[in-house]
Design a protein around this ligand. Sequence first.
Ligand SMILES: Cc1cc2nc3c(=O)[nH]c(=O)nc-3n(C[C@H](O)[C@H](O)[C@H](O)COP(=O)(O)OP(=O)(O)OC[C@H]3O[C@@H](n4cnc5c(N)ncnc54)[C@H](O)[C@@H]3O)c2cc1C
Length: 538
Amino acid sequence: MTDTDNSQPSGMTKRSFLQSVGMIGGTAAVMTALQGWEMGFASEMDRPPEMSTDGKGKKVIILGAGLAGMVLAFEMAKKGYKTQIIEALDYAGGRCVSARKGSVIEEVGSEKQVCNFQDGNYVNYGPWRIPAEHKSTIYYCRTLGVPLEVMVNKTGKSYYYYENKEGPFKGVPIRQEHADIDFKGYSTELLAKVADQGALDQLISQEDKEMLLTHLKRSGLIDSKEFNYRANRARGHSSYPGAGTNFGKLSEPYEMADVLSIANASRNETADHPAVMFQAVGGMDQIAQGLKRALKKSQIRYNSEITDIVQDDNGVKVTYKNTKNGRVRSEEADYLISTAPLGVMQKIKINLSEDMAAAIKATSGSPACKIGVEFNHRFWEQNDMIYGGVTSTDIPGHRILSYPSGNLFGSAHGDTGVILGYYPIGGQSVPISNLSMAERTEFALSVGEKIHPGNYRKYFTGESISVAWHKMKYALAGWENWSRRGRTRSFPVMQKGDNRIFISGNIASPALGGWMAGAIEGAWSTMEVIDKRVAQQG
Ligand SMILES: Cc1cc2nc3c(=O)[nH]c(=O)nc-3n(C[C@H](O)[C@H](O)[C@H](O)COP(=O)(O)OP(=O)(O)OC[C@H]3O[C@@H](n4cnc5c(N)ncnc54)[C@H](O)[C@@H]3O)c2cc1C
């Protein structure tokens, strides 16, 4: 979409229009305008919004010490609100969490797991990658001093592995650079040939056709006379060049029909899943830890599950239960902001209006599973030249295997590392989550061994840790999705709040569902809505 897209008021650029909307209606209005254009507002939000008023000492209880809850507590306290987070778990971060030595994972109805990875090893079993365009996430990392490093999301050396497609690639790991470049090479060949034969003459001018052909020939993928795709340096070598007269040998492309049979492998990555992404050094939970450090200790009350919320025109009363000793307490405030996923919130007894009660049922939760598998030798680097990146498979319930981008070459803490052994999402993850922990590990090992035969089992340390997010009591899903109808009908009801109760967190950013940026920017938009209310009504 261009800056002069005609779905916006004439004579204004998109940016100036959004600035005007923001001045009048705040973040929430900007978000609504952007949703009208079917785009997220992340790219426009790179810092917390300026608020119109001070908090006038109003007390706000925040349900949940995930990223959204902590952003709310931090930013609203700066503005003179009294903020108190009440958190059911014994740690801050919610879904922004990593497992390392000593971490405990307890799913509902599954065995309790205690992570026993070697020092320095971890797995991000929640968020694991940040794109450059998530300025809001990067804003907090920068301002709170949480170091980020490159997360290699795509490497040509990783594999595609298909065993449910007939043909020569069935059950054979193939390098992504080979499949991707062959697909591009054959596409280049076909385009050059049809352009040369005049098939595009009705579509482009003679001058543009010549420029197109020049560009295609310069790609190095096709020969300049017949336009046939051929071995090339982008695809790389089967025997590597070296000193003296060793010029190596270029690898031979696969057959076109074979490449087309797995064409869906070499799809374009989206702008929010580029090859180079970012991660927090030492584990993504460091972002949550950064926010926690920015708060006063007393601002988070742990092990406290909110069970009842009662509101009237003057305020809100919250009842919570200590999850360790069962003691029940209550606390009153002017406002309550819930950052719990909606599936969890539905289990709390609350006197909501009919519209709001319906709105919080409008999303659907997406199941998601992950496993971290530990190895005592970085064979994927030393044997396969794979440094970070993701291998994709078509094995039901598996989907991907991702190599660690930290401790590359074993330079930080030795020749050891944790591979993300599978990451199914949606319905595919349910059968996996029904397995015992030992069966889940065996499933991950059996797939890994097909991709790295002779190594995957050999170097496994015996330690793994897995999670099924839809079985975690205070998440009940990896994330939640809004339907198109839910976005237009229920979301606006939820966004404006219900008397003294507001709903925030990742769920408040439909365009950024399943991203930390959604939690952060959701918090920003909610605090603006409350701030306006306080300015108007007190
Ligand atoms: C598998 C997976 C992969 C992901 N990958 C990425 C990624 O690569 N990049 C990215 O940017 N994002 C990713 N995300 C998304 C990101 O982790 C979330 O959007 C974000 O952490 C949500 O933060 P939140 O504060 O909105 O919610 P939460 O973190 O869920 O916080 C809610 C808090 O409320 C607490 N709570 C719930 N019920 C109660 C109750 N009754 N009483 C008291 N407390 C309660 C919970 O314990 C929790 O701490 C991923 C998430 C998952 C699960």
